[in-house]
Design a binder for this molecule. Structure first.
Ligand code: SF4
Length: 169
């Protein structure tokens, strides 16, 4: 984006790319699906509360995958729950992002010796940001969200769409 002074005194013209406008909107309206599975969920709720205040980044919690851009997997994922997790992820619309919050979500953590525990959410869905800790603090979760915003700002959605288009002759 650039500011170009126009002919009139005190007026400016802003030039930018469509990609940047789309990315600006997407990065600042990350609606995250509430997906608390264990004790990390308490920290996630705290991060959404008034002290850490995720809302100031345009990130608000949603109770349905169809309105969510971001899945925050907070807690221990069991094999039984993994099937539901994958289904919910598939119901989210593109582009979608995943944060694996805490040691349990990233690799099984404390409970990884358990026969029923999945050793990381990336075994079933792609993960964009791994957030270690038991539990990670609200500051760390905020940093993970900012990292997702950076990923979005680097993307080129229109170019990607053009590259994905197949020309059939
Ligand atoms: S990483 Fe720690 S705090 Fe988070 S769900 Fe696992 S045991 Fe609980």
């Amino acid at each position: 984006m650039s500011l170009v002074p126009s002919g009139e005194p005190g007026a400016t013209v802003i030039t930018t790319r469509v990609d940047d406008v789309l990315n600006w909107g997407r990065a600042n309206s990350l609606w995250y699906m509430l997906f608390g599975l264990a004790c990390c969920a308490i920290e996630m709720m705290q991060t959404g509360g008034p002290r850490a205040d995720l809302d100031r980044f345009g990130a608000v919690p949603r109770p349905t995958p169809r309105q969510s851009d971001l899945m925050l997997v907070a807690g221990t994922l069991t094999y039984k729950m993994a099937i539901r997790t994958k289904l919910l992820y598939e119901q989210m619309t593109e582009p979608k992002f995943v944060i694996a919050m805490g040691s349990c979500a990233t690799c099984g953590g404390l409970f990884s010796p358990g026969y029923s525990v999945l050793k990381g959410v990336d075994k079933i869905i792609p993960v964009d940001v791994y957030l270690p800790g038991c539990p990670p603090r609200p500051e760390a979760l905020t940093e993970a969200l900012i990292h997702v915003q950076r990923q979005i700002k680097r993307s080129r959605p229109l170019r990607q769409k053009h590259e994905d288009t197949k020309i059939i002759t």
